[in-house]
Design a protein around this ligand. Structure first.
Ligand code: FAD
Length: 317
C-alpha cells in the first residue's frame, strides 16, 4: 500500500519506523532482530535509508595509501524486499541524488517496481565526507526536486533511454523531506518552504520531517507550510536523545535544537540507564502531545537505541 493510502485509511494513530541497512559484512538478521519486537505495534511501514559511497584510504603492501570509494551500507533495495516478505509490511526505500547517476537511480527504481515496492522517499543527500558542499554526480541530480521529476517521469513511462517507447508506467508514491527548523543551507524558512512546495507541486505526495525535540517547531512548520499553500500531509520524525554525546553530535549533524530542559536533565544524569529513562520520558511526552493534537502518525528514527523507541511505544499504545 502507498503511504498516502495508509494515512487516508487510518482509523487510529499509526506508527512507522526508520532503519539503516547494516554495514557491509553484517547479516540481515541484525535488521530482523531490531524489527521483530516492534511487530506488536503493527507499524504501517518501514523506511530504509540509502547511502552513497564514501572515500577511504587503503594501505598498500608497500605502506603507501590509495584512495578508494566504498559503499559501506549497500542493500536498501534488498532489505526492503526482505522486510515486505518477512513481515508483510510496506517498505519505503530512500533514494538520494548524491553519488548516483540518473541511470543508476532508474535501475534501482526498476528493481523496486519488480519487487512490488510502492513508495519512495526522494532526497538530495548530504555532501560527501571529503567535500565541503554538496556536489552532484556528473550524470545525476542536483536537488531532490530533480529526483522527484525523474520518478514522476517513470510513473508516466518515460525512461532515461529515449528509444524506450511505450515504457511500463511505474506507480510510486513519492515522499520528500521537510525541515521544521529549516534546512541548514537555506537562508531562511521561507526560501526552504518555496523549494519544499516545488517538490510537492512537482509530484510528491507527503512530507516526512527532520527530527525535532520541541513540538513547537513542528506545529509552527505545519502552519507555515499550510500558509504557503502546501497541502500535503506532514509526518513528524521523532528520535530519542539518550546520551550526553548526542547533545553535541545531533545539532552538528542534523542542525536541530535540543531544548535546555532536556540537555540539562541529561547532563545531570549519573548512569546510562538514567539517560535512557530521560530520553524515553521526553519522547513519550512529545508523542502524547502530538497525539493529543490529532497528529495521525508518528515516525520513529530507530538508529542507536531501538529499545528506547520500543519502551516509549509500550507506554503509548
Ligand atoms: P533538497 O530538497 O534538494 O534541498 C536541499 C537544499 O537546497 C535546501 O536548503 C533547499 O532549500 C535548497 N534547494 C532546493 N531546491 C533548490 C533549488 N532549485 N535552487 C536552490 N536551492 C534549492 N540522507 C541520506 O544520505 N540518506 C538517507 O536515506 C536520508 N534520509 C533522510 C530522511 C529524512 C526524513 C530527512 C529529513 C533527511 C534524510 N537524509 C538522508 C538527509 C538529507 O539527504 C539531507 O538533509 C540533505 O542535506 C537535503 O536533502 P533534501 O532532500 O531535503 O534536499
Amino acid at each position: 500500500m502507498k503511504v498516502t493510502e495508509h494515512l487516508a485509511q487510518a482509523k487510529k494513530p499509526i506508527i512507522s519506523l526508520e532503519i539503516l541497512p547494516p554495514t557491509k559484512g553484517k547479516s540481515v538478521e541484525s535488521i530482523f532482530n531490531l524489527l521483530d519486537p516492534f511487530r506488536e505495534f503493527s507499524p504501517a511501514f518501514v523506511n530504509v535509508t540509502y547511502h552513497r559511497a564514501e572515500q577511504v584510504f587503503k594501505r598498500r603492501a608497500d605502506g603507501s595509501f590509495e584512495r578508494a570509494e566504498i559503499r559501506k551500507r549497500p542493500g536498501t533495495v534488498g532489505i526492503c524486499a526482505a522486510i515486505m516478505q518477512r513481515y508483510g509490511v510496506d517498505a519505503v526505500p530512500h533514494l538520494i541524488c548524491g553519488g548516483f547517476s540518473k541511470e543508476e537511480t532508474e535501475n534501482a527504481l526498476i528493481d523496486l517496481h519488480y519487487l512490488g515496492v510502492k513508495n519512495v522517499l526522494a532526497l538530495r543527500g548530504d555532501a560527501a565526507g571529503n567535500e565541503k558542499f554538496f556536489v552532484p554526480h556528473p550524470k545525476g541530480h542536483h536537488f531532490a526536486k530533480d529526483l522527484v521529476d525523474q520518478i514522476v517521469a517513470l510513473n508516466s513511462g518515460h525512461y532515461q533511454e529515449d528509444d524506450i517507447i511505450d515504457g511500463f508506467k511505474t506507480d510510486f508514491c513519492i515522499g520528500v523531506a521537510g525541515y521544521p527548523e529549516k534546512h541548514f543551507e537555506s537562508p531562511n524558512l521561507e526560501t526552504d518552504l518555496h523549494y519544499l512546495k516545488q517538490k510537492i507541486d512537482g509530484g510528491a505526495s507527503y512530507i516526512t520531517t527532520q527530527m525535532f525535540f520541541d513540538n513547537k517547531h513542528f506545529y509552527a512548520f505545519q502552519k507555515s507550510a499550510k500558509d504557503f499553500g502546501i497541502q500535503a500531509p506532514i509526518i513528524p520524525g521523532l528520535k530519542p536523545v539518550t546520551n550526553k554525546r548526542q547533545l553535541t553530535v545531533i545539532p552538528s549533524i542534523f542542525h536541530v535544537e535540543i531544548p535546555s530542559d532536556l540537555s540539562k536533565a541529561l547532563m545531570e544524569a549519573k548512569t546510562e540507564a538514567a539517560c535512557d529513562q530521560i530520553g524515553t520520558e521526553w519522547l513519550v511526552a512529545q508523542c502524547k502531545d502530538l497525539l493529543a493534537k490529532e497528529v495521525p502518525i508518528l515516525h520513529f528514527y530507530t538508529l542507536g537505541k531501538p529499545h528506547v523507541v520500543y519502551n516509549a511505544l509500550k507506554q503509548l499504545f
